[in-house]
Design a protein around this ligand. Structure first.
Ligand code: ADP
Length: 306
């Protein structure tokens, strides 16, 4: 089987405060962040590819070059004439962070509008990763196309991985959000939710309830992340708890869950030992929350120490 990890979704231009009213430009987005950490943690004989759509402007060119220099494959990325990437800004007020988004007409919204290209990409991969945000940004019909493709991949024995990453403001209604996220989970093998999101938006009163709901939908394996309170794994019915690492000072929790997912999958794909992969991912995520920004460079992840 191919050793290709395919992540599907939207990478955005990120603007963060750099002091004196200056803004620093970066690139980030949930599924891209996970691809980044998977790339950092996977052996060199694995390829990691990003599947999205970009425009034909200079910012799209720059993002493409950034993805490429990150060691992530860009050959499947669709370019659409006249479109631009989505953008978000991190605002800081009295130490509190808030986000403003400009993504309503981003090129990534058309990532599944070319079904042949999507099928080819999914067929070329052994692992397919997508999220509730990926589904939320797509027109209804295209979300159906993507779901049909990942269902085919699941039926073909591929590892389809889904992080519900619930963001109500991206959805037209709670109903559509609940139905589509449930369909995402049903179409996947491994589901990696964050308990606080599931409790807030699906009303789960315990981690058990989250596991039970996703298993009932048809997910085979589940990893429930719960911030500093660790993760609960349920692999084919067998349950294990793995605590989080102690962190001296939490600096920035952006992409904690995304980095956990990328690091977890990298180790899980190499050795098939889910608890060991979760212990490794907890270490990586602990480093990520100790540093600024979504993408922490490999040298700061402490990978060589295991
Ligand atoms: P998300 O970012 O998706 O909400 P979580 O907050 O559950 O995800 O965090 C994901 C992982 O990051 C956790 O499972 C844990 O390993 C690590 N993590 C997050 N916050 C902390 C923290 N305060 N201390 C130590 N580890 C943390």
């Amino acid at each position: 089987m191919s050793r290709r990890f395919l992540s599907i979704g939207e990478c955005m231009v990120e603007l963060s405060q750099a002091g004196d009213g200056l803004l620093r430009k970066g690139f980030a987005g949930d599924t891209f962040n996970t691809a980044w950490y998977a790339r950092a943690c996977l052996a060199a004989d694995w390829s990691v590819d990003y599947f999205t759509a970009l425009g034909d402007d200079a910012m799209s060119d720059e993002m493409l070059a950034f993805i490429d220099t990150s060691g992530i494959g860009t050959s499947l990325i669709r370019r659409i004439r006249g479109r631009t990437p989505g953008l978000y800004m991190i605002n800081l007020k009295n130490g509190e962070r808030s986000f403003s988004y400009w993504r309503d007409s981003s090129a990534a919204r058309s990532l599944a509008a070319d079904p042949d290209r999507l099928r080819e990409a999914v067929e070329s991969a052994a692992v397919i990763y997508f999220s509730g945000i990926t589904l939320a940004i797509l027109p209804h019909e295209d979300a159906e196309t993507l779901l049909a493709e990942v269902r085919r991949a699941k039926a073909a024995g591929k590892l389809v991985v889904f992080d519900p990453n619930i963001r109500p403001r991206l959805w037209s209604s709670y109903d559509v959000m609940h139905t589509t996220i449930s369909e995402g989970a049903r179409s996947s093998v491994l589901v990696m939710p964050s308990f606080d999101d599931e409790a807030a938006h699906f009303g789960d009163d315990s981690i058990e309830a989250t596991i039970h709901r996703y298993r009932a939908l048809g997910a085979v394996d589940i990893v429930v992340k719960n911030g500093a309170d660790g993760v609960t794994l349920n692999f084919a019915g067998e349950q294990t708890f793995v605590p989080a690492e102690k962190v001296k000072k939490v600096v920035d929790t952006t992409s904690a869950g995304d980095s956990f997912n990328g690091a977890f999958l990298a180790r899980y794909l190499e050795a098939g030992d889910a608890p060991a992969a979760a212990r490794f991912a907890a270490k990586v995520a602990a480093r990520v929350v100790s540093e600024h920004g979504a993408l922490v460079v490999r040298e700061k992840l402490g990978l060589d120490g295991g």
